[in-house]
Design a protein around this ligand. Structure first.
Ligand SMILES: *[C@@H]1O[C@H](CO)[C@@H](O)[C@H](O)[C@H]1NC(C)=O
Ligand SMILES: *[C@@H]1O[C@H](CO)[C@@H](O)[C@H](O)[C@H]1NC(C)=O
Length: 346
């Protein structure tokens, strides 16, 4: 069976799943007066996402997958024990196996998080004891608007930039939008749109003595040649970065109490693909493959007091809770504390 898709599917990538979701962040929000049939729902969805198929055979096959995904979404939404809701999005006609097949099929020899150097046992915030019950760095003005990586596996750059924007605002009292494109183009230890690591991005920023603003070096959704002039127009910098102990959510709590933190999560599952709202508390693996930023934590009273991490994603504002996802805390969910790190200001 040959998949017929737009060009977004043939970009070889380390984080192909992310890329795929990236292009798919439009969430269906409309609801009609009567309950439409599955064929009608599929037609509506196709129109909404501009999807066409090469023939009726393929359409029938995709309808079937769409139906299964919708059933998964509706079933999950009905189960009382889930503290989150799912919804359809642009990739609702793909099986999860197709995502996985694409992912492993494009698994090129680029740095993987698992190959990162061993994690330390000491870190700056290890003796922090006054951890609040909740924190939201957005309320403290340390988080810029939700960005959209588009058809480019640059999640690592967005994750790193969110953490640097955060610590810059915290130490300098000024929120400055910084450039992901500069990291994509100039951080040569990373692989641009084919994937990368937040720590390598921090290393580049340290070596370059800073990062330009988003306005000066704007995002283009594709890899380009490093602009050496813009590269030197730095607006914010860091002195070093620190890794948190692997799998230690208490350490993550201590760090996030003090600043937004870059983390890697497993975004390969259907629950993550179709996440719409609430606290994700199931169906998430721990093979982290997507860089995001933890910008807070808290307890969701409306979800039976579920403790959550507040995460800034880079798939635009239509995915999840206006671009954010809340993930169950202290449960090892989505491998959230696998590879956490944060920049240290000058
Ligand atoms: C934390 O406390 C221990 C024990 O007193 C000390 O050895 C360590 O240096 C402290 N860590 C930091 C980062 O201050
Ligand atoms: C919810 O209940 C279903 C059916 O009993 C079960 O399969 C699933 O694992 C449960 N999910 C959670 C998050 O407990």
């Amino acid at each position: 069976m040959v998949l017929k898709f737009e060009k977004s599917f043939i970009i070889p990538m380390f984080v192909i799943i992310i890329l795929v979701i990236t292009c798919a962040s439009q969430v269906v929000s409309g609801r009609s007066m009567h309950e439409p049939s599955i064929v009608e729902k599929h037609e509506q969805w196709m129109a909404q996402h501009g999807r066409t198929y090469k023939d009726e055979l393929e359409k029938a096959m995709r309808l079937n997958i769409f139906k299964q995904n919708l059933e998964y979404i509706e079933k999950a939404n009905k189960e009382g024990n889930r503290t989150y809701k799912l919804g359809t999005n642009e990739f609702s006609d793909l099986t999860n196996e197709e995502f996985r097949a694409l992912y492993t099929g494009y698994n090129r020899p680029v740095p993987s998080v698992s190959r990162q150097s061993s994690r330390p046992s000491t870190f700056k915030y290890q003796n922090v004891t006054d951890v609040p019950t909740s924190i939201d760095w957005r309320e403290k003005g340390a988080v810029t608007h939700i960005k959209d990586q588009g058809q480019c596996g640059s999640c690592w750059a967005f994750s790193a930039v969110a953490a640097v924007e955060g610590i810059t605002q915290i130490t300098r009292g000024k929120l400055i939008e910084l450039s992901e494109q500069q990291l994509v183009d100039c951080s040569t230890d990373n692989h641009g749109c084919s994937g990368g690591l937040m720590d390598k991005a921090f290393e580049y920023i340290i070596e370059n003595k800073g990062l330009a603003t988003e306005a000066d070096y704007p995002y283009r959704h594709e890899e380009g040649t490093c602009d050496n002039q813009k590269e030197k127009a730095v607006a914010a910098t860091i002195s070093k970065y620190e890794d948190l102990p692997k799998g230690d959510e208490q350490a993550l709590l201590q760090a996030v109490s003090n600043q937004p933190v870059s983390v890697c999560v497993d975004a390969s599952g259907r629950a993550f693909h179709f996440y719409k709202s609430g606290v994700l508390n199931a169906d998430c693996g721990n093979n982290c493959d997507h860089g995001v930023a933890v910008v807070g934590f808290g307890t969701a009273e409306e979800e039976n007091g579920a403790k959550y991490w507040l995460i800034k994603n880079s798939w635009g504002e239509t995915w999840g809770e206006s671009g954010y996802i809340r993930i169950l805390r202290d449960a090892g969910l989505c491998g959230i504390a696998t590879a956490a790190s944060y920049p240290v200001a000058i």
